[in-house]
Design a binder for this molecule. Sequence first.
Ligand code: DC
Length: 220
Amino acid sequence: MIVAIDGPAGAGKSTVARAVARALGIGYLDTGAMYRALTLTALRNGVAADDGPALIGLARDNAIMLTDGPGGMRVAVSGDDVTVAIREADVTEAVSTVAAHPGGRDEMVARQREIMRDGDWVCDGRDIGSVVFPGAEVKVFLTASVDERARRRHAEIVGRGEQVDVREVRDEVERRDHADSSRAASPLVVADGARVVDTTGMSVDEVVDRIAGLAREAAA
Ligand code: DC
């Protein structure tokens, strides 16, 4: 079974998706982390975020590995642990540009389908229910108001010990919403058959219970 969770930046997809996977006892794949890993690789290799052909080369030459363990998910590029580096501001700034390139996306989508070829998975991203797995048994579009998403993102950044103004985070969330929704290649859309879950004012546990319930119904 595939549980596809899509939605805009800051909707809480990663937190919720990981917890749903735990509740159901199945695997979890964070596809945003893959686009972030490709972006970091571009920055480290002096490749411009909009240089499509070079991005395809980087994606082919560098194995992006995700492993989910007791301490959380670790991300590595060609054996180098980049779990912390992919969350830094320079990557967040450039990732929408990298993710807009169709050739780079094709490489990532092929890798995602390969990883999830066998077994049951919860997978989060922007195009999982629309492009990667249109036949997913459960499709959820997770969203929340811009203010709520900015507050959550802000709390996450401050929790990592960094200082940032909440208005700056709100601007960044809006900028990425626009970039992710308006790009030509696999824009963020509510996939056919997806259930829209607005998490404004809902606790993480409530959201997890709702989605795990949908998955159990689908499996019954
Ligand atoms: O969920 P996130 O913030 O870690 O995602 C990082 C970026 O990657 C986001 O701006 C959009 C892009 N992305 C995408 O285009 N397709 C996906 N399946 C996942 C993420």
